[in-house]
Design a protein around this ligand. Structure first.
Ligand code: MG
Length: 266
């Protein structure tokens, strides 16, 4: 009975609380005050709080990818065991020319020296004109968030492939909502919002990773919940990893170019 009364009492007071609000100021929230961020000069220019990963000059923010990325889940599991161990830092083998960094096929993927978790990432890329190439072989690269979660880079302008592997796809997991590709030889942009997966102490996923992405300003991924890391063969599942990991750019054997890369740690 006592419980019954307290329930009715709670209900009444809640109603009263709502009913009593007549002052518009009562719903104004004054804190926290957002930090000031000065926008870049042009759309795509880095804002004042961005970490510049490549400004056209050098590869000082990058190194050769130390641990690689998974082709199958067993690779992912093996790599995950090596996180946190001492790595031998080797220089990134890619070329810098005309304000762009260019994949040097065979030198391997590169990764940021700094590790990141939740980010807003801006990347510009160019798929070179390469007549005779098609499908996944036509200017393939990729942006791997946290070393594990790939947004595909590919010439997808009049080049057919499986849609969950075309430009703007979360590779093998999510078809882009639009084909926003420009022809090969033209610069394109990705603006990506990534939230890292959250794990509990036992390694169970509390919250999956999510990706929102714009390709040339067009929404292609809308808060997609990843099923796990990007793999080429098989079905993914989550494997616990550190809260922050490098961003990897893929060497898939094609001379894809990148420029104006910046990130905001969220
Ligand atoms: Mg790729």
């Amino acid at each position: 009975m006592k419980q019954h009364f307290s329930f009715i009492f709670a209900l009444l007071t809640t109603h009263l609380a709502f009913a009593q609000i007549t002052d518009p100021k009562a719903t104004e929230v004054w804190e926290p005050v957002p930090p000031k961020v000065t926008p870049g000069i042009f759309p795509g220019s880095p804002p004042s709080d961005a970490i510049i990963l490549f400004d056209g000059k050098d590869l000082s923010q990058w190194r050769k990818c130390a641990l690689g990325y998974g082709g199958k889940m067993e690779d992912v599991e093996a790599i995950a065991k090596k996180y946190g161990s001492e790595i031998r830092e080797e220089p990134a083998g890619w070329e810098v020319k005309d304000g762009a960094m260019i994949v040097k096929p065979g030198t391997g993927a590169i990764e940021t020296k700094q590790a990141f978790g939740d980010v807003q990432l801006h990347v510009e890329w160019l798929a070179p004109v390469d007549p005779g190439k098609e499908g996944q072989q036509y200017s393939n690269s990729g942006v791997f968030l946290m070393s594990n979660y790939e947004i595909q880079v590919l010439n997808s302008y009049e080049n057919t492939t499986y849609p969950n592997g075309q430009a703007g796809a979360v590779y093998k997991q999510s078809i882009p909502m639009a084909n926003a590709s420009r022809p090969p030889g033209e610069w394109q942009s990705y603006d990506i919002v990534f939230t890292a997966p959250r794990f509990d102490k036992a390694g169970k996923v509390l919250k999956p990773a999510t990706i929102t992405a714009f390709h040339n300003g067009i929404l292609v991924q809308n808060h997609f919940e990843l099923k796990g890391p990007t793999i080429y063969i098989g079905h993914p599942y989550y494997v616990q990893h550190p809260d922050k990991l490098p961003i990897i750019l893929q060497d898939h054997g094609d001379k894809v170019r990148f420029r104006n890369i910046w990130v905001r740690a969220l």
